[in-house]
Design a protein. Structure first.
Lengths: 247, 105, 553
């Protein structure tokens, strides 16, 4: 049963006998490394729950407006480059794979392998952000950034002969689609930037053997964060890029 | 310190590269499927299938990359709690939007 | 009158030589501490500061409402005053009040741990609170916010040129402070209980804080994203809440109240936590129906997420969803009522004494019940249409928040003051303060029920002359209430120097925190205790001769 209040054995007591029988990374308010690791993991998962609810608000807004202005959302979605979007999804899934391998390397105490996989994760993360930047630039050039420069021409007089032209009223609603696009992918990108910064720090620490002597907890928990950011994109991709693509 | 660790005799179950590789390939395949299916007109089923595949991909990441399959019951309950609250936000808000006499529906 | 206070012989008693207060010296040892007890004291001081600011704003409101016309200040200024009063009191005082001060101090002690699970995150939580508080204070000083604490769109997003974004960002940071506190509590309660401390041996204080923490982590992020969207709407005009662009202002309200309703349970559950402990101790009886009270706390947390639309009944939501939410709101009253019944049954046939914490607890029982019952009035759709946005609502939430929560907070501060400081507060004047507070509260807020029912709207600086008499009563009561709150701010610091030495257990209470010295050591327990008896086990306490836990004298 999970209610283990961790029983102490005399050798592990801190503040009692033999204070140096424990690893240096064991904090003094924990009774054992196992307790510390489980607590850290649990804490990280709770933090991820808060992130779920944080993004949840935007998904709620998305759900409502997609149903209210479906034609506008279709038109908006079809202006996104599906090749770039799919590639980005593959890149991010790849970075999740390399991150999982990094955790494995830490568990197997292989320092150079750990550094390799952390670095690969950084590279793939940058690749994702780079492709995102290209997409954002394209939207800027196309006058699809909400604000004073927004142009509805593409939606009222579409260049694609198979696309259905929208009324000016509905075409204006594509601004809501693009607002949500930028807000959601922007918030996601911000989380990726934070993640990549932490990865740099972790590569530096890993080179100093911080994670390959049993203290795998930070790598594990960062992995949880990184996988979560991947999951958010797994949902963002079909919802933003794949609305009625058969036109 | 670079002692050899035997994954089968660890307290904490260590997930190995074969599992990760399998899941990675599965995720890539599912991504291709999602994109491919989007080009076929299935009417109302398009978003349903897209979301279903996304949910399945997310489950793979949660279960294997994030080790929930091998974790304690507490962590499994925690994930379910998060999902439940998220669904609460969505569904109860929708009770208003789907039953309005005015609006865009 | 009998008392259960049992102090050591004052002629020979001394404070313990070593305690968390003197084991380290210097500003850095306080500002960079990981000790949950020091962080609790940091919170106590900062929360009191913001309470005073909120109180001054309240005083300004009541002074304006002495006379029917808006003569003390311009109506725009009045809008800013009540908005800031709400923001400061809710986000900077009520939400962190018991959890961040008393909860932080006691949860590790009550579960038998040396600290919370994440001491550094605990400290970060305080810094986020201070940052958020200072940003909100800055918004106030720079000119204020007049959107109401509820930031209703499209007023807050399109029609105000005040510092809405600044205040929103301050609340954003304070919200993360709340999230980290909740996260810490949950992990501590799950993973750091001492041997023998099963879930059902925990004090009910811990159960209530556990329930509060669930709400904190699941609800607050939605507020965070809502405030971000408001900021984006104001700065970039993205249009999600703007009808002219196709957005829906009600969407803001759905997202805002999805947090803000559970937030009221974040505010009251810790107060209920205190009441469980106080009522048990001063009736010398275990809490009646321990399991029911424990599960009711969690039920309040869960059901609290299901009822938010009752704040929007007149805003244009569909009638069908309003019906659903009205029914769900009736449901959420049940666990609170269960707790009141159980506390009442705890009192029945108990050996009741009337020390100050108990006086506050009695005040809580009566005033929270009235506030809660008026909540049921408001849950019924028909009544709500008449009563919403009037002073009835203002009276309702002040009864539960001030008559309930604030009284419980004061009960807790007085109850655990000897444990936190090693000194007793002066009992005579504190009883006077409690009674003055109770009287002042009733005179201030009861007339507001009548005002609301008669139709006086809330958030108005001027009102028809017919309402003046009741408003004058209310303001008079506010001055009495102010004295009641001022007195503890004077005698509690006084007691730090001149108060009687309290000893380990002046209340002869059960609970692990009372088995160690006052104030506690930094490590809390010299040896981690082993829990071998049930919670509120007064027989165990009576039979105790030597306890396993060592204390340092």
């Amino acid at each position: 049963m999970d209610s283990h209040s961790v029983a102490t054995t005399p050798g592990e007591l801190v503040g009692g006998v033999d204070p140096h029988s424990h690893p240096s990374f064991l904090r003094h308010h924990f009774e054992s490394v196992g307790q510390q690791r489980e607590a850290a993991s649990f804490g990280m998962w709770i933090f991820l729950l808060t992130e779920v609810m944080f993004f949840g608000g935007m998904f709620c807004a998305y759900l409502i407006f997609r149903n209210w202005y479906h034609p506008a959302f279709v038109a908006g979605s079809n202006t996104l480059d599906i090749t770039l979007g799919t590639t980005n999804t593959a890149v991010l899934i790849g970075s999740s794979f390399t991150m999982a391998m990094a955790v494995y390397s830490a568990e197997m105490r292989r320092r150079s392998q750990l550094i390799l996989f952390l670095t690969l994760t950084i590279v793939l993360g940058f690749a994702f952000l780079g492709i995102k930047a290209v997409e954002y630039h394209q939207k800027f050039v196309d006058h699809h950034v909400p604000g004073p420069n927004f142009s509805i021409q593409e939606f009222v007089h579409p260049s694609n002969p198979r696309a259905i032209p929208l009324s000016p009223d509905m075409a204006q609603k594509t601004q809501i689609y693009f607002s949500l696009y930028f807000a959601m992918t922007g918030m996601h990108a911000l989380h990726m930037i934070i993640g990549i910064s932490l990865l740099f720090f972790m590569v530096w620490r890993a080179s100093r053997n911080a994670y390959t002597e049993g203290h795998i907890m930070p790598v594990e928990n960062f992995g949880l964060y990184w996988h979560f950011v991947d999951i958010v994109w797994i949902f963002l991709f079909p919802l933003l890029y794949l609305i009625s693509r058969y036109r | 310190m670079t002692e050899k660790i035997d994954p089968d005799h660890q307290e904490q179950h260590i997930v190995g590269p074969p599992v990760y590789l399998t899941i990675f390939v599965a995720l890539l395949v599912l991504t291709a499927v999602t994109t491919g299916v989007a080009f076929i007109d299935l009417g109302v089923f398009n978003p349903i299938i897209a979301l279903a595949i996304a949910c399945f991909k997310a489950s793979l990441v949660v279960l294997f990359f994030m080790h929930i399959k091998y974790s304690s019951r507490l962590l499994k309950m925690t994930v379910l709690c998060g999902l439940f609250t998220f669904m609460l936000l969505m569904t109860l808000t929708m009770t208003d939007y789907i039953s309005r006499a005015w609006g865009m529906w | 009158m009998s008392t259960i206070i049992s102090l050591p012989d004052q002629a020979t008693a001394r404070l313990p030589r070593k305690s968390f207060l003197n084991e380290e010296y210097g500003v850095k040892s306080w500002l960079l501490t990981g000790d949950h007890k020091r962080i609790a004291i940091l919170y106590l001081v900062s929360i009191t500061f913001f309470f005073v600011i909120g109180g001054i704003l309240a005083g300004l409101i009541r002074m304006e409402l002495l006379t029917p016309p808006s003569d003390l200040m311009a109506t725009d200024t009045y809008n800013k005053v009540f908005s800031m009063h709400g923001i400061v009191m809710i986000f900077l005082f009520l939400v962190p009040s018991v959890p961040a001060t008393i909860g932080n101090f006691l949860i590790p002690l009550m579960v038998g741990a040396r600290d919370l699970a994440f001491p550094k995150i605990n400290l970060l939580s305080w810094y986020l609170y201070m940052a958020g508080g200072l940003i909100i204070f800055a918004a106030m000083v720079l000119g204020g916010v007049d959107s109401g604490w509820t930031f209703t769109t499209p007023l807050s997003t399109h029609y105000l040129n005040t510092h809405v974004t600044t205040a929103a960002m301050g609340i954003f940071l304070a919200g993360f402070s709340s999230i980290f506190t909740g996260l810490n509590f949950i992990v501590t309660v799950h993973r750091m209980r001492c041997p023998g401390m099963t879930w059902f041996r925990l004090p009910l204080f811990v159960w209530s804080h556990y329930a509060t923490s669930i709400i904190m982590i699941l609800g607050t992020p939605v507020l965070a994203i809502t405030l971000v969207l408001v900021a984006l709407e104001r700065t970039l005009d993205i249009g999600v809440f703007d009808p002219s662009k196709g957005g829906d202002p009600l969407l803001f309200q759905h997202l805002f109240w999805f947090y803000s309703h559970p937030a009221v349970y974040i505010m009251i559950l810790p107060g209920m936590a205190v009441i469980s402990e106080v009522i048990s101790t001063f009736s010398r009886k275990r809490v009646f129906g321990y399991t029911a009270v424990a599960f009711s706390s969690v039920a309040i947390a869960v059901f609290g997420f299901l009822v938010w639309e009752h704040h929007m009944f007149i805003m244009g939501v569909s009638q069908y969803s309003a019906l659903v939410f009205s029914l769900l709101t009736m449901l959420v009253a049940v666990p609170s009522a269960i707790k009141i019944f159980n506390w009442a049954m705890t009192l029945y046939r108990g050996s009741i004494t009337f020390e100050t914490p108990m006086l506050y607890a009695f005040g809580f029982m009566g005033l929270f019940t009235i506030g809660g019952l008026t909540g049921v009035f408001l849950a019924t759709l028909g009544m709500d249409v008449h009563l919403t946005e009037t002073y009835f609502i203002v009276a309702h939430f002040h009864f539960v928040m001030v008559g309930g929560m604030l009284m419980a907070y004061l009960a807790g501060i007085h109850f655990w003051w000897p444990k936190m400081t090693g000194r007793m507060y002066p009992e005579a004047i504190s009883k006077v303060a409690a009674i003055v507070t109770f009287i002042g509260f009733i005179v201030t807020f009861f007339p507001q029920f009548l005002l609301g029912y008669l139709g006086m709207p809330r958030r108005y600086a001027s009102y028809p002359a017919d309402f003046q008499v009741l408003n004058v009563f209310s303001t008079a009561g506010a001055s009495i209430l102010g004295i009641g709150y001022l007195l503890p701010m004077l005698y509690l610091p006084w007691s730090l120097v001149y108060g009687a030495i309290a000893g380990d257990n002046p209340w002869q209470a059960t609970g692990l925190e009372w088995q160690i010295q006052s104030p506690p050591l930094t490590v809390n327990f010299v040896e981690i205790p082993v829990m071998d008896h049930e919670a509120y086990d007064y027989e165990w306490l009576a039979n105790k001769t030597v306890h396993e836990v060592q204390t340092v004298g």
